[in-house]
Design a protein around this ligand. Structure first.
Ligand code: SF4
Length: 424
């Protein structure tokens, strides 16, 4: 059998796309291997989110192409089709973001053919999964929001939701394979809508929760403008749905939010935080913050810090703005210097560290339920588990505990990962 190795760059949605391609290849005449050395073909699934991610992928392609047949897939393939072909004349194929399900014909036909362009998107029910406890499922692709700094709508296309039937079949398969958790992925899961069955995201959550064997349902990412009271209440009212909302803030300044094209104000954002706290006491809220957007003044930046203090995020993914060719923000004249951006980044990191530490400390002595996901990679002999609200807790144990639930008491809570002891 022809062996294929898949290398993935970028976010969890890319990991899912790679699992999807591996599923398609596995169902055909290919064997997907974890050992790049023994592969005849290397599929490189790329990310265009940041320049750094593209640079890493380019250097990976340069190295792999010396002795493998290389296929470049994903966002960078979509964005740079001709550029990639010109830069790497020996490329076997380039596969765009609408064409993952055509990976076998890309390999079979080769000839540097570009497969970009809209085709019918097919999702195999059985993917080749990297994890054993949590299964990721992309429920929608693309984005209609056109935030000024973001390349996604250009490389992933307009928003389109999958049909509920296919998603439920995939969840059932996960349950059959022993998975306990699913995580729904999408650029904006709140606006999920299966038009055929008129099922919105709340409906999908409810239907998914009926599938036996799956004990927890998570989702990411929510857009603040689409997080309605009704949806917050559905999350709260469905016991299997984890009480954790990832809600990107980006900026706390209304002026910057407007230029970013985010379609909400700081006050609307905080109203979402209050509603989540009210509906899900003890739930977690995490966020994304983008510092150093063009034209961001010190006053704008202080407003971001203020919203962070008010919201009390459990964790934040903090990014320093870097221009992405093809986006509106890249053309704005008021780009900030690197020193200012870096200083603000450090400021935000410091504030979040303090907030997260205070939250973590409040867990000392508390009893929580965790789902063990596997061994902890840092402390030998410890297993790692996750609470409903996404807190990581390590406990002594072995591989037989993976995929099982335990009640534990938190006995150490200094760093982001807590330590617990199992309650009898
Ligand atoms: S919502 Fe904005 S940041 Fe998120 S994917 Fe869409 S355009 Fe990008």
């Amino acid at each position: 059998m022809t062996k294929v190795y898949i290398k993935t760059f970028g976010c969890q949605m890319n990991v899912y796309d790679s699992e999807r391609m591996a599923g398609v290849l596995g169902a055909s005449d290919f064997e997907v291997t974890d050992d790049e050395k023994e592969a005849e073909y290397v599929v490189i699934n790329t990310c265009s989110g940041r320049q750094h991610a593209e640079d890493r992928a380019l250097s990976y392609i340069g190295a792999a192409i010396k002795n493998k047949k290389v296929i470049v897939a994903g966002c960078m393939a979509e964005r740079m089709q001709d550029e990639l072909m010109a830069k790497f004349p020996r490329l076997h194929a380039v596969v765009g973001t609408f064409n993952f399900s055509n990976i076998t014909s890309a390999i079979n036909r080769g000839k540097k053919k570009i497969f970009a362009g809209v085709t019918e998107e097919k999702y195999p029910v059985k993917l080749r999964r990297n994890e054993k406890v949590r299964g990721y499922i992309t429920i929608m692709q693309g984005c209609d929001n056109y935030c000024a700094y973001c390349i996604v709508p250009y490389v992933r296309g307009r928003e389109r939701s999958r049909d509920v039937e296919g998603i439920l079949a995939e969840i059932s398969q996960l349950a059959t394979d022993g998975f306990k958790e699913v995580m729904f992925l999408g650029q904006n899961v709140n606006s999920f809508l299966d038009e055929k069955t008129n099922t919105n995201f709340s409906g999908l959550l409810r239907k998914s929760a009926e599938i036996p064997g799956i004990e927890r349902i998570r989702f990411m990412t929510s857009h603040p403008k689409d997080l309605s009271d009704e949806l917050i209440e559905s999350i709260s009212a469905t016991p299997k749905v984890c009480k954790h909302v990832h809600l990107p803030l980006q900026s706390g300044s209304d002026r910057i939010l407007k230029i970013m094209n985010r379609h909400y104000t700081a006050e609307w954002y905080l109203s979402r935080v209050r509603k989540i706290r009210e509906a899900m006491p003890g739930g977690a809220i995490t966020t994304d913050i983008l510092v150093g957007f063009p034209g961001e003044t010190d006053e704008d930046f202080q407003q971001t810090l203020e919203v962070m203090r008010k919201a009390g995020f459990d964790a934040s993914y903090i990014f320093q703005y870097s221009p992405r060719r093809g986006t509106k923000a890249a053309l704005m004249e008021s780009q900030l210097d690197e020193k200012t951006k870096l200083a603000r980044l450090n400021n935000v990191l410091e504030l979040q560290k303090k907030i997260s530490e205070d939250i973590t400390k409040s867990y000392l002595g508390r009893k929580v339920e965790i789902l063990v996901t596997g061994p902890n990679m840092v402390v030998k002999g410890m297993m790692e588990g996750i609470t409903d609200n996404s807190k990581k807790v390590i406990i002594p144990g072995d591989g037989s505990m993976t995929g099982k639930f335990f009640r534990v008491k938190v006995i150490r809570a200094q760093t982001a990962i807590m330590e617990g002891e199992i309650l009898k």
